[in-house]
Design a protein around this ligand. Structure first.
Ligand SMILES: *[C@@H]1O[C@H](CO)[C@@H](O)[C@H](O)[C@H]1NC(C)=O
Ligand SMILES: *[C@@H]1O[C@H](CO)[C@@H](O)[C@H](O)[C@H]1NC(C)=O
Ligand SMILES: *[C@@H]1O[C@H](CO)[C@@H](O)[C@H](O)[C@H]1NC(C)=O
Ligand SMILES: *[C@@H]1O[C@H](CO)[C@@H](O)[C@H](O)[C@H]1NC(C)=O
Ligand SMILES: *[C@@H]1O[C@H](CO)[C@@H](O)[C@H](O)[C@H]1NC(C)=O
Ligand SMILES: *[C@@H]1O[C@H](CO)[C@@H](O)[C@H](O)[C@H]1NC(C)=O
Ligand SMILES: *[C@@H]1O[C@H](CO)[C@@H](O)[C@H](O)[C@H]1NC(C)=O
Length: 302
């Protein structure tokens, strides 16, 4: 039953202090619970599914050949679909190895049984990984409902990295060596967002902990009182997280995870992979596999 109690709602709330987010006014992040029940139990995924710089362990979480077919729905405004496509092109370019594409996003065709649906909705959220053999609609939800928006290059890339199979940076098993979680400053009831995954579940791909990852929470995520919830232990002046775009370590992670650059071999036994798979299969039919990130914007200065 370990996996039952290990359900995690990976909820990231990006306050307006991130570099990517232009802001006039700095204030406490909005309590997600004030945002109209956006954090319900349908947006959960199991700890045991986790893996990244935090990359998904099971090999069936990789998109075959690194190709991700997408369906851009009409709920996305045309200028925003242009922004999303630009974010994709940047990721493709950044992760190229010897001028060859490592990952590729392309419009789905009738012969693609598995694809992602990109749509407007509530919050910024994404299924994590390929989810081979799962019968479900893989979605990338990017909200545009001023003052809320996910239409920022770094946020789009963050969600696309979830699609590619990555989790949040501060979920790494070694995170306590690099950051200190300030439990007393975290909004009551949201502590689960700061869960740490085990070495069995997370593949850090032989890459160092990355304060500057586009997959890292901000230092004041889920603060109840304006005080930090995550503090860097090593480079204390480091800004935690950013939503500008993939860091060099994020790029290397994708290259390694998709086999475009050799990663040190990880030591997960086939037996363990099987057990993780079974747990995930059991879970998925009950709840679904999501990662949600929610953004509050007070101002737009594009
Ligand atoms: C896209 O268009 C909408 C509606 O015209 C506008 O409000 C928004 O600022 C535009 N977004 C960008 C990123 O250009
Ligand atoms: C990606 O690379 C191609 C080919 O080099 C280039 O034409 C394009 O402008 C680049 N796109 C972005 C968004 O960087
Ligand atoms: C996106 O969905 C939200 C509700 O979830 C709605 O308020 C908003 O108007 C929608 N935006 C567009 C561009 O359709
Ligand atoms: C998915 O189905 C294929 C074909 O039946 C099978 O070979 C593969 O092992 C399955 N993958 C998982 C993760 O169950
Ligand atoms: C996927 O989406 C389609 C079309 O919106 C819907 O008919 C179908 O029931 C959905 N499937 C699942 C498994 O949710
Ligand atoms: C948080 O919840 C605990 C137990 O539910 C309670 O004892 C505590 O007073 C709460 N703290 C705040 C700041 O609301
Ligand atoms: C700390 O900063 C040094 C120098 O900038 C850098 O080499 C190192 O990778 C950083 N460590 C972490 C954990 O970010």
């Amino acid at each position: 039953m370990k996996w039952l109690v290990a359900f995690i709602i990976l909820t990231t709330f990006y306050p307006n202090s991130l570099d990517a987010v232009p802001t006039v006014e700095k204030k406490h992040p909005v309590n997600p619970e004030q945002m109209g029940g956006h954090y319900q139990g349908d947006m959960v995924f199991p700890e045991d599914a986790a893996t990244k710089g935090a990359a998904s362990r099971p090999t069936w979480q990789h998109w075959p050949s690194g190709v991700i077919p997408y369906d851009m729905t009409s709920s996305i405004l045309s200028n925003h679909s242009a922004l999303i496509l630009d974010a994709m092109r940047r990721m493709e370019n950044l992760t190229k190895v010897n001028d060859r594409m490592c990952i590729q996003f392309r419009p789905k065709t009738n012969t693609d049984p598995i694809f992602i649906t990109i749509k407007n909705g509530t919050g910024c959220s994404a299924h994590v990984g390929y989810l081979q053999n799962f019968t479900l609609n893989r979605t990338l939800t990017l909200m545009y409902a001023p003052p809320y928006t996910c239409m920022i290059t770094g946020i789009i890339q963050h969600e696309l990295l979830h699609i590619l199979g990555f989790f949040h940076e501060q979920s790494r098993p070694d995170r306590d060596d690099y950051v200190s979680i300030q439990w007393e400053n975290i909004i009551n009831g949201t502590e689960f967002n700061f869960a740490k995954y085990s070495v069995d579940d997370i593949d850090s791909l032989g890459l160092p902990y990355d304060y500057g990852s586009v997959m890292h929470y901000a230092g004041n995520a889920f603060t109840s009182n304006g005080q930090p919830t995550i503090i860097a232990k090593r480079n204390i002046t480091s800004t935690l997280g950013q939503r500008v775009g993939m860091s060099s370590i994020d790029i290397a992670e994708v290259q390694r995870y998709y086999g475009c650059l050799t990663a040190p071999t990880s030591s997960l036994s086939p037996k363990l992979i099987t057990s993780i798979s079974l747990k995930l299969v059991l879970l998925i039919f009950h709840i679904g596999l999501f990662c949600i990130d929610l953004v509050k914007m007070n101002t737009f200065n594009f």
